[in-house]
Structure formats: C-alpha cells, structure tokens
Ligand binder design. Structure first.
Ligand code: FES
Ligand code: FE2
Length: 351
C-alpha cells in the first residue's frame, strides 16, 4: 500500500525558505536532495551526494564557474552546475585528460510559482527530458502565501493522505472552540464529488453551518470548494464576492515511514485576516499538530495490526485515493494516458 509514486511533481520548499546563494538538504522519496537558489535567483535541485566520495553537496558553498552558478563540494572542491554536470575538478593538472563534464549528479527539474517550489521526481534517475507541466493549483494571482506552516508526520504517505481527507475525525480531533467547538454538534453532510484531473473535486457548496470560523470571517453567502490530486495535494477555496481565502496542503514523502506536510495559506480582499494573521499562524500549527498527534497514536496500533477498515461513505475518498494510485502506476507501466477511475458521486455522512 505504501508504494511511492514517481513521474510526478512534489512540493519541495516554500520560496521563502530558499535564500539567494544558499542551499539545504531535504529528504524526498527516500533520496537526499539539495535544494538551492543561486545568487541569480534561480532555484535548482540536485541529489545531495557528491559522486566522488558521497559528501553532501549542500554542505559546500555556491560560487561562479565561468558564467555558471555552481555548488562546490566541501571535500575536494568539485563543482556542479544546476543541471548536475560537473564543471570543475580542481586537482586535475595539465595533461590529465579526465573530463569533468562526463560526471553527473542526479538533477531534479524545478518549478517555482506562487511562493512554492516543486520538484519533478522521475522514475528514471537519469531523466534529462522535459518534465510534464506542473500541477495547476488554481492559485491565480496569488504571488506568495500569507504564511505557511509545516511539520513531519511519522506516517507513510498513504496514511498521511488518508488522514488528510478523512472527514469523520474533524469533530473529534479539531474541536478547538474557534473551529469546531464540541457544542456545534454533528450534522448530516451531503457532498457532491466529481473526477478532476488526477483526483476529484468536492463541488462548490456553502460551508457546514457548524463550522464557525468560515461564517465569522466571510459572512453568509460564502461558498467553498475542495480539490484533491495525486500525489498528495489538497486545496480548499473559500469565497464570498471579492473575498478569497485559499488553503493548500502538500504532502511529500520523506521516506517509507515519514511524510512532510506543508500548509500554505493565501487570501485577498480580507483585511481582517491581515489583522489576525499573528493568531492564525499558531492556530494553523496547532491544527496540523493535532493530526500529527493522532498519527503518533495510530502508530501504537499499527505496530501490531496492519489492517484497517474502510466504510461507506466516510472512507470513500480514501478508497478513491488508492484507486487513483493504482491507475497511475498501471498507466505508467502500460505507457498510456492516465484515465481517472472516479465516477461522480454524492457522499453522505455525519460530522
Ligand atoms: S567528495 Fe565531493 S569532491 Fe570529493
Ligand atoms: Fe485533520
């Protein structure tokens, strides 16, 4: 179940985390990745292992080699450009014909937009072609998040994704007074879903009447829309006329047992939110922290029992996720276009 999908764009970092001329190491799909921004402002990503003696390139420093931005390995000074090609082996002397440029370190295509940096993780580590277009999150004119919070779940990607889309835990796990006070009670929810790209959309509707925050912030005529797409992106748009609030959650597996979650929040036309932003950041942290603590509890059971139950209609989205994954893998194996297996449906539950 926890097979990691490739040939997809994964969230790697926020733009803000990547300062010009700096780099850092992050584990993504079981590989150490150096994420860097050159002094020229451009982002690049390399496998964070020097092909010479395996020292992390991220521990080195950036410098120019000719016109190029390069990262210099701290051990013997080999220099690599953003495309992964070795541009200099300083120990070589005249007459030694070793061609530095034959040496390559894996490079990951990157994409930066709306304050987010994505990397393309191909199933072929030598991939050197044009990656497919990155996902369109519908972020429109939003330039960068108002804020982003992140944490790491001690969970497989699958368990993290399933936890993210599970509507039944909300009244129990996220029952803080400003979001879902226990007094709000449970209500019948009936939501229409349709296939959408590599996922599904929960069609535009008025938010639940027992979700306090939305009503306070956006008034009566507010609508919300939620989308999920592979490999693990979920976003929710809340709108009322010119007010637009947008929350994107990105899940990226670090490895088989750890998953990074980042939640990036945007809004426009809502000056009140600008005012309360200092309170929203710890609130968002608390929100994903609640999920993280539940994952830790779940691990206490998963140590002994691997199986779980899936029931209708509350776990249908989890089943869809697994169906999407299977289809993604199959379509890659068979070398054909992905065909979304989801049928339009109305799901009902109490929450
Ligand atoms: S280990 Fe990187 S240059 Fe030798
Ligand atoms: Fe949650």
């Amino acid at each position: 179940m926890s097979e990691l999908l490739r040939d997809l764009w994964y969230f790697a970092a926020t733009s803000e985390e990547l300062k010009p001329g700096r780099q850092f190491r992050r584990e993504i799909l079981g590989e150490p990745v150096m994420l860097a921004r050159g002094a020229d402002g451009r982002v690049f990503a390399l496998r964070d292992i020097c092909p010479h003696r395996a020292v992390p390139l991220s521990a080195g420093k950036q410098c120019r080699t000719g016109e190029r931005v390069t990262i210099e390995c701290p051990y013997h000074g080999w220099r690599f450009s953003g495309d992964g090609v070795c541009r200099l082996i300083p120990s070589l002397v005249e007459g030694q014909s070793y061609e530095a440029e034959r040496i390559k370190v894996r490079h990951y295509p990157t994409h930066e937009a709306h304050g987010l940096v994505l990397i393309y993780v191909s199933s072929d580590p030598r991939f050197a072609g044009e990656p497919p277009p990155p996902p369109d999150f519908g972020l429109g004119a939003f330039k960068r998040p108002k804020f982003a919070v992140s944490t790491t779940f001690a969970a497989t990607m699958d368990n993290a994704v399933v936890g993210l889309m599970d509507p039944a835990h909300v009244p129990y796990v996220h029952n803080q007074w400003w979001w879902r006070p226990p007094s709000a009670g449970r209500k019948l929810k009936e939501k229409r879903f349709a296939p959408y790209e590599r996922g599904w959309v929960m069609e535009r509707h008025a938010p639940a009447s027992n979700s306090l925050a939305y009503r306070w912030l956006f008034g009566k005529d507010v609508t919300t829309e939620q989308v999920f797409i592979l490999p693990g992106y979920k976003w929710e748009v809340v709108e009322n006329g010119a007010k637009r609030f947008y929350a994107l959650t990105c899940l990226t597996p670090e490895n088989d047992h750890s998953t990074r979650i980042v939640s990036a929040t945007y809004w426009s036309g809502a000056p009140f939110l600008d005012m309360i932003k200092p309170f929203m950041i710890p609130a968002a942290r608390e929100f994903i922290g609640q999920d993280g603590r539940m994952v830790d509890l779940q691990n206490q059971g998963l140590k002994y029992a691997k199986s779980m139950l899936w029931i209708d209609d509350i776990d249908v989205q989890a089943k869809w996720y697994l169906a999407l994954k299977r289809e993604w893998t199959k379509s890659r194996e068979e070398g054909r276009a992905f065909a979304n297996p989801i049928e339009p449906a109305t799901l009902r539950w109490m929450s």
